[in-house]
Ligand binder design. Structure first.
Ligand code: HPA
Ligand code: ZN
Length: 351
């Protein structure tokens, strides 16, 4: 283990862009699909066989196939008990990595697509119960509306989100196929979400370009952007992000594996940071991308440096939806732990 690894393992971590379903352990996915006699692959309108070996169940070639893999995982989560297990294992994995705070995406419209009789409130309640039991870490939920199901479904999902405050739901997001279902379809949905006191975020600048990031800000009034890396295609959009202090939740491994950014070059997160954009480091769907929040922090530390990583972590505190006092307390705790970890683990990498 080198100094970077030692350092990254020790430091506190924050998830601002992590899909709970996309965190399902491959082993659990296999068990659930075996139990229900379903494939590990999902293709609309056809039955396809899927691999059953652990290291291949989450294989996909591009963004579209990734979305179908996400759907296959959601299909395997059939009952409130399955959602409780998903959350329980997530909490175990998060605690082992010293995650102290997270705002996690859930996609109930995808659950309902596969399981129309599933009581969505009960499933969210099962998740919330497990998340509340995590000691040393706190979690909130963001209901990710799926673009592919259109505006009416999005409105129903947002209405559901507005009724789940007691289960820690604090906002709505927008995921799915960004290129085919642009932001303007969801303007009314996000206006409704805001009227209900829900925070608004959106995936943008991942499968579509800089204009999609601008639309998420101007039309949806997104407070943070998931990915957003393709903002770099238009300097005026980068400037908009900087000026409005809208954070980008940057997920390097996700971007490499979906083809959002080239694997031949280092991830452009350094360019965004250098341009003055508020960058956070996130894992997206860690199990599907065979990564972890620790792995993404390690990538940032190796490629941009430990001081930059520390800044990205404190950016996540600022960009979180915690209230002012909680942010201040968390910032104090994290700063102290980063200093202590640096003093203990960093020799040459700092020098
Ligand atoms: N982008 C779009 N949709 C998604 C993602 C993502 O990163 N993760 C899960 N659904
Ligand atoms: Zn995502």
């Amino acid at each position: 283990m080198d100094e970077f690894q030692r350092y990254v393992e020790r430091i506190p971590k924050i998830h601002l862009h992590c899909h709970l379903e996309g965190s399902l352990r491959a082993q659990t996915f296999l068990e659930l699909t075996e139990r229900d006699g379903i494939s590990t692959r999902y293709r609309p309108g056809e039955d396809v066989a899927g691999p059953r070996d652990l290291d291949r169940v989450y294989a996909f070639a591009d963004f579209q196939e990734f979305l179908l893999t996400f759907a296959a995982v959601s299909r395997a989560l059939a009952t409130p008990a399955d959602y409780a297990r998903l959350a329980r294992e997530f909490v175990d994995d998060a605690r082992a990595q010293r995650v102290v705070y997270g705002e996690l995406f859930i996609s109930p419209s995808v659950w309902a697509f596969f399981h129309p009789r599933l009581d969505l409130g009960e499933a969210v309640s099962a998740i919330a119960g497990e998340l509340k039991a995590a000691d040393g870490a706190e979690f909130r939920l963001i209901v990710d509306v799926t673009r592919n199901f259109g505006a009416e479904s999005a409105m129903r999902t947002t209405l559901l989100a507005s009724q789940l405050e007691d289960h820690g739901v604090i906002g709505v997001g927008l995921g799915g196929d960004e290129a085919r279902f642009p932001a303007d379809l969801f303007e009314d949905v996000f206006a409704f979400a805001r009227s209900q006191g829900l925070h608004c975020v959106a995936h943008a600048g991942e499968a579509a370009g800089a204009e999609s990031v601008r639309a998420a800000i101007d039309i949806l009034r997104a407070e943070r952007i998931g990915h957003g890396v393709r903002a770099l295609e238009d300097p005026s959009v980068v400037e908009l992000l900087r000026e409005r202090k809208i954070a980008l939740e940057v997920c390097p491994t996700s971007n490499f594996l979906t083809g959002t950014t080239s694997r031949e070059r280092p991830h452009p997160l350094q360019d965004l940071d250098a341009a003055g954009v508020c960058v956070t480091i996130d894992a997206d769907d860690p199990a599907l991308f065979e990564t972890s929040i620790t792995g993404e922090y390690l990538y940032a530390a190796r490629n941009v440096g430990v001081d930059a990583l520390n800044r990205f972590i404190l950016n996540a505190v600022d960009a979180s939806f915690l209230d002012r006092e909680s942010k201040q307390a968390l910032r104090g705790r994290i700063s102290a732990e980063l200093r202590a970890a640096g003093a203990n683990a960093l020799g040459d990498v700092r020098a």
